[in-house]
Write a protein that binds this ligand. Structure first.
Ligand code: DTR
Ligand code: CA
Ligand code: ZN
Ligand code: ZN
Length: 310
């Protein structure tokens, strides 16, 4: 029987159910896998269809957001994750965070990866932030395919109401007991990672996490820049504010790509990294496949590396 999210929310919040899979079995692969771009794009197609079927967006408080949560949750439940839906209220509407734990690993040391799943009301929000949501989902599914047994515990999250001011992620952190906050060894944030005129920006908040991503891109011979516009502008901020190490990747929003940046990354100078930022044209056509692919693979590399699976 498929639970609608409100039913699950009630039961999960009452501690009555958590959809838990059989425990992970033996083998651990040593190298992070390639994340198939086609799989990530298939998730984007689904999120696009969800928006089209629900008034054209996936915004907080709208049907398209809850449908997005149900889509992601269904994939994770089928893949053996223990999922929990955390309910909150913002601007008079019910919001939902989706949390997925991969059974196993040291629960006193948690590597957490997250992205916001909501869009603005203007459109489907495929780059902002279907891109991060789909890449984190496919990385989680790759963990399942590998039946990974990392040293650290893996947790994944899809946040609600980021566009209203980091509401879902702030609610999660504020309601996380201090002892549980201390168990999170790092939070990795992915918000806009497929921008059509992409840059390759790495958060510089925690040096270990920063170096992990920089090493990945150095291995590809791709230069990166430090992400400088985002302090407080995405879901890593509530985690950083309570002292949890954070990091992440970003391909750019409405800032303009310089000539020097176009020289090293390609694309078009004098134009925004994402000219459809917060606009109705943020559709499946508003994605650079190479950036989405590279960043998806970088997420897997970081999850494998930071959790002791490599
Ligand atoms: N606030 C995000 C977009 C955004 C703008 N600057 C950054 C820097 C790092 C991550 C995200 C962002 C949004 O509109 O969802
Ligand atoms: Ca790939
Ligand atoms: Zn946004
Ligand atoms: Zn965003």
């Amino acid at each position: 029987m498929k639970f609608s999210v409100p039913a699950v929310v009630g039961l999960a919040l009452a501690g009555l159910i958590a959809t838990t899979a059989p425990s992970a079995s033996a083998t651990t692969t040593l190298a992070a896998p390639d994340i198939p771009l086609a799989n990530v794009k298939a998730h984007l197609t689904q999120l696009s269809s969800i928006a089209a079927a629900n008034g054209g967006n996936r915004a907080h408080g709208r049907a398209g957001y809850l449908a997005s949560v149900n889509y992601v949750k269904g994939k994770l439940d089928a893949a053996g994750f223990t999922t929990t839906v955390q309910q909150f209220t913002s601007s008079g509407s019910t919001g939902y965070n989706l949390i997925a734990d991969w059974p196993g690993g040291d629960t006193n040391s948690v590597v957490m990866s997250g992205s916001h799943l909501d869009s603005v009301t203007a459109g489907a929000g495929i780059n902002d932030n279907g891109s991060g949501s789909a890449a984190v989902l496919e990385t989680a599914l790759a963990v399942s395919r590998a039946q990974l047994k990392p040293t650290k515990h893996l947790r994944f999250a899809w946040w609600g109401a980021e566009e209203l001011g980091l509401v879902g992620s702030r609610y999660y952190v504020n309601n996380l007991p201090t002892a549980d906050r201390a168990k999170i060894s790092g939070y990795l944030n992915f918000d806009m990672i497929g921008s059509p005129n992409p840059g390759y920006f790495v958060y510089d908040d925690d040096p270990t996490i920063e170096q992990t991503f920089k090493s990945y891109y150095a291995g590809l011979g791709i230069p990166t820049e430090i992400e400088t516009e985002g302090d407080g502008r995405s879901d890593h901020a509530p985690f950083k504010n309570v002292g949890i190490p954070v990091g992440g990747l970003f391909s750019g929003a409405d800032y303009i790509k310089t000539a020097a940046q176009a020289q090293k990354w390609g694309g078009t100078s004098g134009r925004a990294f994402d000219a459809c930022y917060h606009r109705s044209c943020d559709t499946t056509a508003n994605i650079d496949d190479t950036a989405l692919d590279r960043n998806s693979d970088a997420i897997a590399y970081a999850v494998w590396s930071l959790s002791g699976a490599s």
